[in-house]
Design a protein around this ligand. Structure first.
Ligand code: ZN
Length: 324
């Protein structure tokens, strides 16, 4: 059985293998899905056909456009990733002995009954070391997704992130985090971004306060912190909790020439229609008080080609914003 440190290392090696800055959540979502299975006591190996539908749904909700088409890649490539220590494949020899780059098609993985799962020693450690599975899941979530999405993703893969009491008590839990390569967040980011936008949501104008403190207002990273987005105002937007969530889910983005809110064609609003969320489509954001604090194109372009669920709805002539 692997030690906790070896298990965390194996998963960290996967994270380091990602291309810097490119939003491709395939591997982390497969890993989280597999962790959920282990937590529920399901068998170590699972056939691709069994996880195909859940992977498609996860990538449809939390991935960028068309991500679901390549949902089978990590199932195959994880086996050679992380020095091969993390993921096993079972199936007919003629398929398994192919070069790593010769990914079988979706249909082949299903027809040839290819199964995958965590390597035996990793699987045993995850099942037997109290709190380790939750540690791994939280580190994967922290490394790839903004906090607004953690609970939703955990729920979607059926993961319980609560630490069992015996693990929270043990001194070993903290020691395992000591060498974690975590990028620090600048604690002043939130305040600087909210102030730049005069403490209101730049999409809908929401500006509720409790006394002097803003309530339900958040500073969003345009290029996610997890993908190298810096803690500076041109990478920030002041958003209400709802618009922060919708932004991180890729429901809308901000186009960089006139800073107009641009909704995805996948975003459908039923009963509320144009009088609801979609009323903001095509409208310019409430601009920050100083023009040098406006969102920078490089971060907006990352967002539009990353989490945003393309294609965008066409934008008609800009509607003037009502004066505040
Ligand atoms: Zn809002």
């Amino acid at each position: 059985m692997a030690t906790a440190g070896e298990v965390l290392n194996a998963f960290d090696n996967i994270r380091r293998a990602q291309h810097a800055g490119v939003y491709a959540p395939h591997k982390p979502l497969l890993i989280l899905l597999a962790l959920g299975r282990v937590q529920r006591g399901e068998p170590r190996m699972v056939e691709f056909s069994e996880v195909d539908a859940p992977l498609r749904a996860l990538l449809g909700e939390f991935g960028p456009s068309s991500a679901a088409k390549s949902r089978h890649y990590p199932f195959w490539h994880l086996a050679t990733d992380g020095r091969g220590a993390l993921w096993d494949l079972n199936g007919p020899k003629d398929v398994l002995t192919r070069p790593a780059g010769a990914t079988p098609s979706l249909g082949e993985l299903r027809r040839r009954h290819i199964a995958g799962g965590f390597a035996t020693d990793i699987d045993a450690a995850l099942r037997q070391t109290p709190g380790l599975l939750q540690d791994v899941a939280r580190r994967v979530l922290d490394a790839y997704f903004p906090a607004t999405l953690h609970a939703d993703i955990a729920a979607a893969v059926g993961l319980d992130l609560e630490q069992p009491p015996q693990a929270a008590d043990s001194a070993g839990a903290d020691a395992r985090y000591a060498d974690a390569p975590v990028r620090r967040r600048d604690p002043s980011f939130r305040e600087r971004v909210l102030r730049a936008y005069e403490y209101r949501c730049c999409v809908c104008g929401f500006d509720l306060r409790i006394g002097h403190a803003p309530a339900g207002l958040e500073a969003a990273h345009i290029q996610w912190h997890q993908f190298g987005g810096p803690d500076i105002e041109p990478n920030g937007l002041s958003l209400c909790a709802l618009h922060h969530k919708l932004f991180d889910l890729g429901v809308f983005t901000i186009e960089p020439s006139e800073y107009r809110v641009t909704f995805s064609q996948h975003a459908i609003s039923g009963g509320r229609g144009m009088s609801g969320e979609l009323q903001y489509h095509g409208r310019a954001i409430h601009a920050p008080q100083r023009s040098e604090l406006l969102p920078a194109s490089e971060y907006l372009l990352w967002n539009a080609s990353g989490p945003f669920k393309r294609p965008a709805r066409p934008v008609a002539r800009a509607k003037p914003r009502a004066k505040r």
